[in-house]
Design a protein around this ligand. Sequence first.
Ligand code: 4AD
Ligand code: MG
Length: 464
Amino acid sequence: MQDRVRVRDALRAPADGRRITVAGWVRTKRAGKSVSFLEINDGSCLSNIQATIDGADRELAAAVEPVSTGASVVVTGTLVESPGQNQAVEIAATGLVLVGPSPGDEYPLQKKRHSFEYLREIAHLRPRTNTFGAIARVRNHISFAIHRFFNERGFLYVHTPIITASDAEGAGELFQVTTLELEKLPGSSSPQVDYGRDFFGRPAFLTVSGQLNAEIYATAMDRVYTFGPTFRAENSNTTRHLAEFWMIEPEVSFCDIHGNMDLAEEFLKVLIRGLLAECEEDMAFFDQRIEKGLVESLRSVAESDFNRITYTEAVEALTNSGASFEYPVSWGRDLQSEHEKFLTEEIYRGPVIVTDYPRDIKAFYMKQNDDGRTVRGMDVLVPRLGEIIGGSQREENLDALEARIVELGLERDDYWWYLELRRFGTVPHSGFGLGFERFIQYCTGMQNIRDVIPFPRTPGNAAF
Ligand code: 4AD
Ligand code: MG
């Protein structure tokens, strides 16, 4: 295996008759008397490399005989110019090893197009398809680009915990973590659970957001970010909700809502530009097969200014549009995804940042405006999806924050350390959270969020 070449590099090499070895999985086999063809993919790029097997070579012909779709093979040969239309080079095989056979007619991935619903049921094999291979590479590229973006701007990467005792959003969508034997709890009456005997000696949960912990580090290190899995027990069976998703959350001291919007806009644009430049083949595939015009629309998003409006202006624009919605629009109600789509697709025709939402529909930590009824929250909305970023300037005033926690009926004691950040050297600070899978959906055109994460977790589904 030592001098094995990845398919991606083999396809870029000159057809100079060099000897090479590739290894991968057979996507298709065409068997002929005089020559047989294998299309081999190793995940390094979308394209397969074609290997030609000369039927006159008895030994080779015998070796290729039992090879079928899905099998793993190692092919050695010379890299030559391909007479075929689809590729510049191919391998004229001189040796072939069938590493892992595959009963071709039982292989769940046949040459026809499979529905995404079907592929979700075979999540252990779907990375071997063009679409899921491309998604895996795009996810990988963007993950690295995110770290690069923050690293180049002096942000410190903080590892926030996955198990936590506090509800960062105060919305009660928590998965509980316990070592108590719940099945031994009497089912009929509601028992008094003795948390003193639980693992952490108190109720504990999977985090819904790393924000509160990121704030701790931002008020010491100035600018930080976290990038990790987050969990929400919201019973939303939609194409944009997961129970387990990844979130990127920067947090910046001495920064107000305007600086926060600037950062979010620059962040998205830099990521999109990098993606278009560095994942050209995969992006061309999404453009052709998943969402027509995708590349052009992303390019124009990366080049133009995002619209910035207040929630009040958004409500006015929606009301004045005369459009009819399933959910009514009125000041004080949260924007539904149909409203977010209408704003971005019909009215502004591009991304929109909405700020200054009513305080009653936003989280307890958002900075309250002087009007007494709105907060300095911001959502970044995009066409096709609606919200991909939620963020805010944080309430840095101790009294105002404490009053809000009490007013909302949250446990003050759960947030004692969060309040102390406001007692000792408080500072205006802001941050936001980008839903990683929503962003991948946006960049690839994939309609269902379950298809942009390797192993989706949704209500009633934790297979694989
Ligand atoms: O708007 P959210 O709830 O904001 C926060 O969690 C803040 N603590 C972030 C911060 O300011 N540091 O979530 C942020 C983003 C949403 O805009 C959305 O893109 C994504 O996370 N998101 C989900 N993605 C997939 N499935 C879900 N159930 C999601 N819930 C939120
Ligand atoms: Mg939100």
